[in-house]
Write a protein that binds this ligand. Structure first.
Ligand code: PMV
Length: 325
C-alpha cells in the first residue's frame, strides 16, 4: 500500500518572508519567525498507484492545471528521492478559505510533503522534511515543526526552520478578521519575484534581519508589546515593498484599513492587541488568551468583517491517526 494521510496547519509570520536570496531553492532574503495556527488545518491523502498522470482534488474540486502542475512538480521531488515513478491520487481538504492570504499553501505543502514521503516509504528527519516542504512553498517549511518557528538563513545561503518554543509555551491568540475570502489576485510567488524592484526592499531585508533576535526574545519572554511592535512594523514594511514593486501589488482594501485603525484605537485605550497582515486583505490580530473573547467580539462588530477565526499555537505536521486506512 503506497498511501498516507497527513494533517498540517498554516502559520502566521511575525517577521515575514518576502523576496528571495535564491529563488529556485526558495531561500529567503531574510530570516522569518512565525506561529503555527492550531484550529486551521489541511488534511491531505496521497495514494500512489499505476496511473497515467497525477490526479489532484482540492476541497472536492479537480485542481486547475496550474495547481495540478505545482503539486506534480512537488511529487516529482518526492519520487526522485524514493526512486519511484508511480503517479498519485491526491485529495486535499482545508477547513478555511484557500488562497485568501491565510497561508493555505503552507499547510497544503507541509501536509503534501509528509503524506507523499510516508506513502513512498521514506522516513525523513524533521529538517529534511521541512527543507523539502520549502521547495513546494517557502513558508511551508515553518509548518513542519510545531509551535513558534524560526526560519533561519545561514552564511552559506542555506536555510532551515526549527521550533524555538513548543505550542504550550505561550497562550498567544490570533483572531483573524476575515474581510474577504475571495482568491487573491496576485500570488505570493509574484510578490517574492517583484520585491527586489522596490527601492524599499533592501531596507526591509536589513531591518527584518536585525529584528529577528529581538522577535525571538519577545517570544521567549512572552512579551506581547515587544512582539506586537515588531510584527506590525514588519507587516507594514512588507506591504510597503509590495505596493512599491514593479508592478505594484495592493493587498489591502478599505476594510483592511478600517480594522487596522480600530486595533490601534483599542490598544491606545488599553486593550493589548496588535495586528499583522499576510498576502491578502485579512487582518491577524494578536492578543493573549485573557483578551481573546473581547478582541473577537469587537472585531465581529466592525462593518466589513465577515467572520472572525480564532487560532492558538498549534503542533507540527502529523500523520493522521488513520493515515494508511
Ligand atoms: O510561502 P509563500 O510563497 O506563500 O509566501 C508567504 C508570504 C507571506 O505569507 C506573506 C509571509 C510569510 O512569511 O508567511
Amino acid at each position: 500500500m503506497h498511501r498516507a494521510t497527513a494533517i498540517a496547519h498554516p502559520n502566521i509570520a511575525f517577521i515575514k518572508y518576502w523576496g528571495h536570496a535564491d529563488a529556485a531553492l526558495h531561500v529567503p532574503a531574510n530570516p522569518s519567525i512565525s506561529m503555527v495556527l492550531d484550529c486551521l488545518q489541511t488534511r491531505t491523502t496521497v495514494d500512489f498507484r499505476v496511473l497515467r498522470k497525477d490526479e489532484v482534488i482540492i476541497d472536492g474540486i479537480t485542481a486547475s492545471p496550474a495547481a495540478r502542475t505545482r503539486v506534480s512538480e512537488h511529487l516529482d521531488r518526492v519520487r526522485a528521492l524514493a526512486g519511484s515513478d508511480l503517479r498519485a491520487r491526491v485529495r486535499s481538504e482545508s477547513n478555511f478559505a484557500v488562497g485568501a492570504g491565510l497561508a493555505s499553501s503552507a499547510s497544503a505543502f507541509a501536509a503534501l510533503t509528509l503524506a507523499a514521503t510516508t506513502a513512498l516509504g521514506l522516513d525523513l528527519p524533521l529538517q529534511q522534511l521541512s527543507a523539502l516542504a520549502r521547495l513546494g512553498s517557502g513558508s511551508a517549511c515553518r509548518s513542519i515543526p510545531g509551535g513558534f518557528v524560526e526560519w533561519m538563513v545561514h552564511p552559506d545561503r542555506s536555510a532551515t526552520a526549527r521550533s524555538i518554543a513548543p505550542p504550550e509555551h505561550w497562550a498567544l491568540c490570533d483572531c483573524i478578521a476575515l474581510v474577504s475570502t475571495r482568491h487573491k489576485k496576485v500570488s505570493s510567488i509574484r510578490g517574492h519575484e517583484a520585491a527586489p524592484s522596490s527601492p524599499l526592499h533592501t531596507a526591509r531585508v536589513r531591518d527584518a534581519t536585525l529584528q529577528a533576535p529581538a522577535c525571538r526574545q519577545a517570544i521567549e519572554r512572552r512579551n506581547l508589546a515587544a512582539l506586537g511592535r515588531i510584527a506590525e512594523r514588519d507587516a507594514v514594511m512588507m506591504h510597503a515593498v509590495a505596493m512599491t514593486s514593479a508592478p505594484p501589488i495592493y493587498y489591502w482594501t478599505a476594510e483592511t484599513m478600517r480594522v487596522v485603525r480600530a486595533v490601534i484605537e483599542w490598544r491606545e485605550a488599553g486593550l493589548p492587541v496588535y495586528y499583522t497582515i499576510d498576502a491578502g486583505p485579512n487582518i491577524h490580530c494578536l492578543c493573549e488568551a485573557a483578551h481573546r473573547d473581547e478582541v473577537q467580539r469587537r472585531l465581529a462588530s466592525l462593518p466589513g468583517v465577515e467572520q472572525v477565526l480564532v487560532a492558538c499555537p498549534g503542533g507540527g505536521a502529523q500523520l493522521a491517526d488513520d493515515h494508511v486506512s
